[in-house]
Design a protein around this ligand. Structure first.
Ligand code: 2P0
Length: 331
């Protein structure tokens, strides 16, 4: 199976032309609490394990797609025209080629309100917003699960960026991946906060796709990962259902550190942490020892995302003045 075949399966009997000139859609970025790390099929981004994320409310990508009468596509990010030979344009162009039914050319204008490529899932919300905008533009009326599968063709984690709140991406078992998509959890948790501690917005030295493929291929620790994810996924779902914050924080932090341990044991080794990452981890552990309920998670980048509840937010602001606080369920 390749991406074009998946798109064909999903879009059979759907319109391939439109009377609209443009359409706009928003997709939130998401932070995984149980990580997606490793693919069982690289061609169509099928994961080895399930994962579970939380969407960051109004943090994400707002994307307008227009059909244009030009020889080439045009891509704009935060009002800057992207060079045609940039890595960004090459990747988006390859994705849009999957949907270029009538020799259309697209103008894509995206506004992203998080740092791009700093481990904050900008590709996740970016591809999900493109798919949602195309769904509007061509009036496909796809289900959320179908939108999730198409988004997965851009980036695995984009399959979780279709919804707000907690999302469980089930790995599925089918070869064509039609059962590998996100499912929104009904749970809400108004007191839950995510703090974005962005001290480094530089582009990462190794992309997450390459990092996860290298980990699967070379890390001896990776063989323990699928069972750990399965155990932690069940435990975090029960923590969410019971609003058990300490359990949610502990499982998330442990899952993230275990993922990074598999990377450290890959060869050549992969280390996303920077000195600031370690200082902040030490401060978090120290504050927790003193009784402050705060945990963190870390993705494929040096920045940490803090997890805490509303009642700790004054103390968090004091200790981490540069942290931006997101309330996933209340804004
Ligand atoms: C996650 N990450 O679950 C994990 C944790 C990074 C660390 O999903 O190759 O950009 O496009 O499927 O989705 C980043 O991986 O990778 C990611 P591809 P993606 O959020």
């Amino acid at each position: 199976m390749n991406k074009a075949e998946v798109v064909k399966l999903i879009l059979k009997d759907r319109p391939t032309n439109t009377k609209l000139e443009s359409a706009t859609a928003f997709a939130p970025t998401n932070i995984a609490l149980i990580k997606y790390w490793g693919k069982r099929d690289c061609a169509i981004n099928l994961p080895v394990t399930d994962s579970l994320s939380i969407a960051l409310a109004n943090k994400g990508a707002t994307t307008k797609i227009s059909l244009i009468d030009q020889a080439e596509d045009e891509y704009w990010v935060n009002e800057q025209l992207m060079a045609a030979d940039s890595a960004f344009s090459t990747r988006l162009n390859a994705f849009l080629n999957l949907f270029r039914f009538q020799r259309y050319h697209f103008k894509v204008e995206t506004k992203i309100n998080i740092p791009i490529a700093a481990g904050l899932a900008s590709s996740a919300c970016g591809f999900a917003a493109v798919v949602k905008a195309l769904n509007e533009l061509f009036a496909w009326q796809l289900s959320d699960a179908e939108l999730s599968i198409l988004s997965r063709m851009g980036s695995g984690s984009a399959s979780r960026s279709i919804w707000q709140g907690f999302v469980h991406w089930q790995a599925g078992i089918r070869e064509d991946g039609m059962d590998s998509h996100g499912i929104a959890l009904k749970a809400t948790w108004p007191q839950l906060c995510v703090g974005l501690a962005i001290f480094n917005s530089a582009k990462k030295s190794i992309g997450s796709t390459e990092a996860m493929n290298r980990t699967v291929a070379t890390s001896k620790l990776y063989s323990a990962w699928p069972q750990q994810v399965s155990n932690e996924l069940a435990a975090i779902k029960s923590a969410i259902a019971n609003h058990d914050f300490n359990a949610l924080g502990m499982i998330s932090e442990h899952n993230a550190l275990s993922m990074h341990a598999t990377m450290l044991s890959a060869w050549p080794p992969i280390l996303y942490a920077q000195p600031e990452t370690l200082s902040m981890m030490n401060l978090i552990w120290q504050l927790r020892d003193q009784g402050l309920p705060i945990y963190f998670t870390q993705d494929a980048g040096p920045n940490l995302k803090l997890l805490f509840e509303e009642k700790a937010s004054d103390e968090i602001r004091l200790q981490f003045p540069n942290v931006e606080i997101i309330r996933p369920f209340t804004c």
